[in-house]
Design a protein around this ligand. Structure first.
Ligand SMILES: [Zn+2]
Length: 501
């Protein structure tokens, strides 16, 4: 396959080669499946002790953009994501709540997938839960011990001996000299825990290496090996995981396999909120649910979080969300016009050429290190041009087909034109009620979700009747009432239609 360089023309989905920055090589490399057929990738998933914040979701969204684009270029994927459903916080919080760790995490696992659905993030091919793969972790620690890379301390914990892996630091270019504050015994301050002996009353497993629970790093090594083999194509995660988590994964896996854990490493940069690091004490900490309850649409949150390329720091602001909302409105209004408009037969050479150019630029931008900002530009330029052509009667039936195909390619990756926004909002409001957070629901939203589709249809029917008997005051009153609740009515020759704002 030919590589894609910026500005190089004659691009089409089938000939696109993805070029992606590789943290390991420090360069933008071709991303291709080593077996020529299926790209095997692993992405570190959530630790399910709380609701995900928008920084977490930016990472999952950027990985979603990558996987959707790769699929659009015809690539087959085997994408594995772990769920860390045992760790110190989970053990502590579940004990405090007087429930098992399974009972404690169930709620957050459910919430995580609900949030991914709201943001239209595709499910990976394999979802692996740490607590269901303890045996694999124990086996890996046994292999590490046999290789002289793991040792047991007096309390029954196991550690990785960093001295045994001279390549330690090759990903992050750090050597692990940071001293972890840790209450466990170990040979060297750099060494990290593979297995933790339980303290009294803590959740633990009885295994061949003793009673205890796995460390976080060993989970990802064991599960990637289990589901992708000893060496795979791409490993992805947030930038905060590069060191020490990914470095430790490399040390654990490669000490046993003597193969490259992953050829390609993708790290998504963190975001700022209003120019500051997001933190609860700054008051700029947001979960997805917080934003939905404020009345922002899931699609706008998705677009705001992906419109800055993954390697750049995103400064998340409410102005940015409002801007994303306006962009989506423009796209949806245009799409409506495109689908419903009556256009003369034939095609316009100018529109056809513009569509071809937009398609090439769109694919080139995404293929070039997933430049989402550059990919959006030709789409909006095309919308502007097509709107003008429509206004001037220079847009034809065959142009519609060409533009439809382009928007389909666009929405296969960005996933914002098709309107799925009502459901996440309705669910967030339901959730807020169940959690006693009703006060956080924006007033407009409260009214909006209290109106069912049936109730709206009934009001519209009443409005039709009012108009027929020339009671325009009542008809107008109903329109106003609905508008206050965020329901917009569009009158057309086929009758009235409505949509949620
Ligand atoms: Zn991991």
């Amino acid at each position: 396959m030919a590589s894609v360089l910026p500005g190089k023309m004659s691009l089409s989905p089938a000939t696109t080669t993805m070029r992606l920055f590789n943290t390991l090589s420090g360069e933008v490399d071709d991303l291709v499946p080593s077996d020529g057929t299926e790209l095997r990738m692993y992405a570190c998933g959530p630790t399910v002790y709380d609701y995900g914040h928008i920084g977490n979701f930016r990472t999952f969204l950027e990985i979603d953009v990558l996987r959707r684009f790769l699929k659009l270029t015809g690539m087959r994927l085997r994408h594995v994501m772990n769920i860390t459903d045992v760790d110190d916080k989970i053990i502590r919080n579940s004990a405090a709540a007087g429930v098992t760790i399974g009972e404690y995490t169930a709620k957050y696992v459910h919430a995580f997938f609900e949030d991914l659905d709201a943001l239209r993030v595709e499910r990976p091919e394999v979802i692996a839960r740490a607590t269901e793969n303890i045996d694999r972790m124990v086996e890996l620690i046994q292999k590490l011990a046999a290789a002289g890379s793991a040792y047991r301390t007096e309390d029954g914990s196991w550690y990785f001996r960093i001295k045994s892996f001279p390549e330690y630091g090759k990903l992050s270019k750090k050597d692990g000299a940071r001293v972890d504050v840790d209450e466990y015994e170990k040979d060297s301050a750099r060494d990290f825990a593979l297995w933790k002996a339980p303290k009294p009353g803590e959740t633990s497993w009885e295994t061949a290496i003793g009673r205890g629970r796995p460390g976080w790093h060993i989970e990802c090594s064991a599960m990637s090996m289990e589901f992708l083999g000893s060496s795979f194509d791409l490993h992805a995660g947030g930038e905060d995981l590069m060191f020490p988590h990914h470095e430790n994964e490399i040390a654990q896996s490669e000490s046993v396999t003597h193969k490259l854990l992953a050829r390609h490493w993708m790290h998504v940069r963190f975001l700022l909120v209003d120019g500051k690091k997001m933190s609860k004490s700054e008051g700029n900490f947001f979960t997805l649910r917080d934003l939905l309850l404020k009345g922002y649409k899931a699609s706008a949150i998705r677009l705001a979080l992906i419109s800055v390329p993954y390697r750049h720091q995103l400064n998340f602001t409410f102005d940015g969300l409002i801007d994303a909302t306006a962009k989506i409105d423009r796209l949806r209004t245009f799409h409506d016009r495109l689908m419903k408009g009556a256009f003369p037969a034939g095609e316009s050479a100018a529109v056809q050429a513009a569509v071809k150019k937009a398609q090439e630029e769109y694919f080139a931008a995404l293929a070039n290190d997933l430049n989402t900002a550059l990919a959006l530009a030709p789409i909006f330029e095309l919308v502007r041009l097509a709107n003008t052509a429509m206004d001037q009667g220079k847009f034809h039936q065959d142009d519609r087909e060409a533009v439809k195909a382009l928007l389909a390619d666009f929405d296969a990756v960005f996933v914002v034109i098709e309107d799925h926004d009502a459901e996440p909002t309705r669910r967030a409001v339901e959730w807020a009620k169940a959690e006693g957070r009703e006060a956080d629901v924006a007033p407009e939203l409260r009214a909006q979700v209290s109106l069912t589709d049936e109730a709206i249809n009934a009001l519209l029917a009443e409005r039709d009747q009012a108009k027929k008997r020339r009671d325009f005051a009542r008809a107008d009153q109903i329109r106003k009432e609905l508008a206050e609740k965020g329901i917009l009515i569009e009158d057309s020759k086929d009758g009235a239609r409505w949509k949620r704002r």
